[in-house]
Ligand binder design. Structure first.
Ligand code: AMP
Ligand code: MG
Length: 476
């Protein structure tokens, strides 16, 4: 049986969130398009990114130093003959540049490990062998070998030598290794990060800079992403005017359409701002119908108990199904969640997800959120409830809502009964963050909210929270 506005009811924060998540699990993303890699930033992958080769593609040195055989270093200091050098980009041809017993090859970070070597000694733990260097003063302190060396004095401080310039009595060039290394130290084995053909990034991942890096490493100059979710944003209220207009004495500018459009964009969607709906059935209904042509409809205002709060009524006339008509939260208590146009009515209990997964989606069903008109309530309820639906419609794998914790700077007193998300300022140095409530004038106070950077979350059963207590935060 489907729920009407009068039967859906007010639920706890957790129940409301779960309802959204359950319905979100049943939606299908839009079409797929190919975009240039950087244009994919913030978009949701419609393909998995697969390693086109081993990562790393060769045994890769992670330090500047000498490629050695660890067994040669049973006793240190140990003197090894330097038989070559590999820098990043060089390929040490086995047989031409390999490490035999008692030998070492100079190696730089990012270079392939030569055959025969099983470890890298950091140059800081080496010294050029005495007498092996014409101009050893500075090279010796660090230990490196270079072919023609303009500034050997500096290199001598580390163990870099100059091949050909410093030969010992036997004619070779030698380095003293001062510390032991274990097998496998200071290089990464070929394929240890990923094997060729292995999945690096899942379909359904939203591309961030790290994802872009992975895709770039796999040679993906273009990526398949889902079409952006189109989200209609509909502000309601006779007092609300467009921001270009000069407001009359009792009018306010339509900030919600803009904050919502910004939040939609941040969530990876594309906002479609509709005209402001009047507090009158006919006009409101026409705009709701227009909004239902998008993938998702966000309304703001008109969901409270006022005589002219007509949103639920008009949605009811459009045969909407309501999953909740309020949540026990502050700000944002009157938030409404529902859908319109379902030809297979589903209940708000998880059945939806199961049914669509079984291959019977409700094709014409459009979800909507009626967010309260108070600007702070609009913003908070968007983050708590609308965002996961937008992400799901964009094909994104569900993400948990993450709460951080910080120490409370000064005591909070409040009333029990609602879970509160109060604008707050997180500050402090490095790991010693502390949080303090912003002094606000209630849910209409956007000026304070703009200065805040998070919300302190207060459970419904707490009246008083002492200074110094660790409190959960929702970052903004
Ligand atoms: P309502 O939810 O319609 O009762 O509105 C609650 C409060 O939010 C009222 O003070 C409205 O004037 C204000 N409000 C409603 N819609 C908007 C909007 N689009 N932009 C800014 N404030 C709004
Ligand atoms: Mg209103």
């Amino acid at each position: 049986m489907s729920s009407t506005a009068s039967t859906a009811g007010i639920v706890s924060f957790e129940q409301a969130r779960r309802l959204v998540e359950q319905h979100a699990a049943g939606v299908a993303p839009g079409e797929v398009e190919a975009v240039d890699l950087l244009a994919g930033l913030g978009r949701v992958l419609a393909e998995g990114i697969v390693a086109d080769r081993d990562f790393p593609p060769f045994d890769r040195a992670t330090r500047d130093g000498y490629a050695v055989r660890a067994a040669d270093l049973a006793k240190v200091p140990a003197r090894l003959e330097v038989v070559g050098e590999v820098k990043a980009g060089d390929w040490p041809e086995p047989g031409v540049c390999s490490v035999g017993r008692g030998q070492a090859v100079g190696i730089m970070t990012g270079a392939p490990l030569p055959a025969g070597a099983d470890a890298v000694v950091m140059v800081e733990h080496t010294a050029l062998a005495q007498g092996s260097h014409a101009n050893a003063a500075k090279d010796a302190a660090l230990g490196f070998a270079q072919r023609s060396h303009p500034n050997a004095a500096q290199n001598a401080a580390l163990g870099w030598g100059t091949l050909g310039s410093g030969r010992d009595t036997l004619g070779g060039k030698f380095v003293d290794i001062l510390r032991r290394v274990g097998v496998g130290e200071n290089f990464v084995l070929r394929g240890s990060e990923a094997r060729a053909g292995q999945l690096l990034l899942d379909r359904g991942r939203r591309l961030d800079h790290a994802g872009i890096a992975i895709a770039a490493s796999a040679g993906k100059s273009r990526v398949q992403v889902f079409r952006k979710t189109r989200v209609a944003v509909l502000s309601t209220g006779d007092e609300v005017v467009e921001i270009e207009a000069t407001p009359g004495p009792a009018q306010i500018r339509n900030s919600n359409s803009y904050s919502l459009a910004a939040q939609v964009q941040n969530a990876g969607g594309e906002a479609v701002r509709l005209a402001i709906a009047p507090d009158e059935r006919g006009g409101l209904r026409a705009l709701i119908q227009e909004g239902l042509r998008c993938d998702l409809l966000l309304l703001t205002g008109g969901v409270s108990m006022g005589k002219y709060d007509l949103v639920e009524e008009v949605l009811g006339e459009l045969k909407a199904e309501f999953y909740c008509t309020g949540a026990e939260i502050q700000p944002g208590r009157p938030v409404v969640f529902g859908s319109c146009g379902s030809d297979t009515p589903v209940r708000a209990d998880g059945e939806v997800a199961a049914r669509t997964r079984a291959g019977a989606p409700a094709p014409h069903k459009k979800y909507f959120f009626g967010l309260p008109g108070n600007p702070v309530s609009t913003m908070v309820t968007f983050e708590l409830f609308a965002r996961p639906m937008i992400e799901a419609l964009a094909g994104m794998t569900p993400q948990p809502l993450i709460f951080l914790r910080a120490r409370l700077k000064s005591e909070i007193r409040t009333k029990t009964g609602l879970k509160r998300f109060l604008p707050a300022v997180l500050s402090g140095e490095f790991e010693n963050a502390e949080v303090e409530l912003a002094r606000w004038q209630g849910s209409g106070d956007t000026a304070t909210l703009a200065r805040a950077n998070c919300y302190v979350v207060i459970p419904p059963d707490r009246e008083r929270i002492e200074a110094g207590e660790w409190v959960p935060l929702l970052m903004r």
